[in-house]
Design a protein around this ligand. Sequence first.
Ligand SMILES: Cc1cc2nc3c(=O)[nH]c(=O)nc-3n(C[C@H](O)[C@H](O)[C@H](O)COP(=O)(O)OP(=O)(O)OC[C@H]3O[C@@H](n4cnc5c(N)ncnc54)[C@H](O)[C@@H]3O)c2cc1C
Length: 380
Amino acid sequence: MLSYWERESFSHYHHIVVGGGIVGLSLAIELSEQYTGARILVLERGLLPTGASTRNAGFACMGSATELLDDLTHASEDDVVALFAQRKDGLELLRKRLGDERIGYRANGSYELISESELYAIDQLDYLNRLLLPVTDKPAFEEVGGMQVQFGFDQASVSTMVRQTCEGELNTGKMMRALTDLAIQRGIEIKTGANVVRYDEEEQRVAVTVEAQYRKEEWPLSCDTLSICTNAFTKSLMPEEDIVPGRGQVLITESIEGLKIKGIFHFNKGYYYFREIDGRVLFGGGRNLDFDTEQTSEIALNQLIHDDLDHKLATMILPGTEVKVAQRWAGIMAFGSTKQPIVKPITDRVFGAYRMGGMGVALGSSVAAMLAKIIKQRWP
Ligand SMILES: Cc1cc2nc3c(=O)[nH]c(=O)nc-3n(C[C@H](O)[C@H](O)[C@H](O)COP(=O)(O)OP(=O)(O)OC[C@H]3O[C@@H](n4cnc5c(N)ncnc54)[C@H](O)[C@@H]3O)c2cc1C
């Protein structure tokens, strides 16, 4: 039961965006730049965004050597280079939009730990550098053998290391706060606890139904354009989409005195990643250990992965160092039959941008900019 005032002032918007993660917020900001004075609303079902954007590791990444070589076994060179470029452009846009200081951006280096069975990748670095040169302007990869000793990694597990020259790191919490603050500053309304249960396209508008839990009723909204930025959860609104959820698990240690590592690190085709933050080690991954169980949108920990992360942390990353885990969490990513994000018009009034995979921090801004352009073409 809406009041007269609620119906008059809070039910129609020019543009509604579903999903308050990095893609949804970035899109809302793009739309506010594109349509001055338009009423823009972001609907987020969690109290905070509750998927991946506030739960990730803060790698501003584009792809490690073994991951890109693996991608090239499933995708064309053109597709792999185009996706790398999209991630690179997205990171540049994010840094420009919010500023390095506000997002805690640091270029402390990005490295891959190469095991003995992955030494084949070293012979492929020149090939990767040539392939990516039109996008990177400088060689993207170089072997930095010996760095594993400097960082104190277990030398039986790490044969050599590769440095990636385009990646950096940021503080995910600061970045999401800065994005939220900017959206609010631009006059964008953000409603949390607003679960969109369906939408119906009508002749002159899109009707959007939100479940308002506290009032135990459905809340009708409408808009000229609706954009769906719900990543792993898109199938609840669009069951036909090629999206498979993938859970990611992370831990962070207590502060470690004399910690040697700095920068961001990947290994095993990007399935594992760790970094230094606030004098602690943040370590995550291991989804490949139990793919079937991890194809879920339930935010919970997996004991097998929990134990594997602990083991690798103690024996490979910080051998001989006493460490205590301070906190663990999980988040949900979106994958599909290809790594390409989906960015498209669904109808004349409904649009979508989702399936960010494991690199949405860098990719999110460029995907949002692409969708804003598509909307502008339809709605000049
Ligand atoms: C553990 C972990 C570590 C990661 N590490 C990195 C990393 O280091 N670097 C990197 O680049 N990427 C990383 N990622 C991936 C990255 O975080 C994602 O690709 C990115 O955040 C996706 O952003 P998004 O806005 O598309 O999705 P999300 O952040 O998931 O946002 C989608 C939002 O939609 C909301 N929503 C869904 N359905 C509805 C509905 N019906 N109504 C209203 N709201 C709805 C959800 O609550 C959610 O907040 C990681 C992910 C995880 C889980």
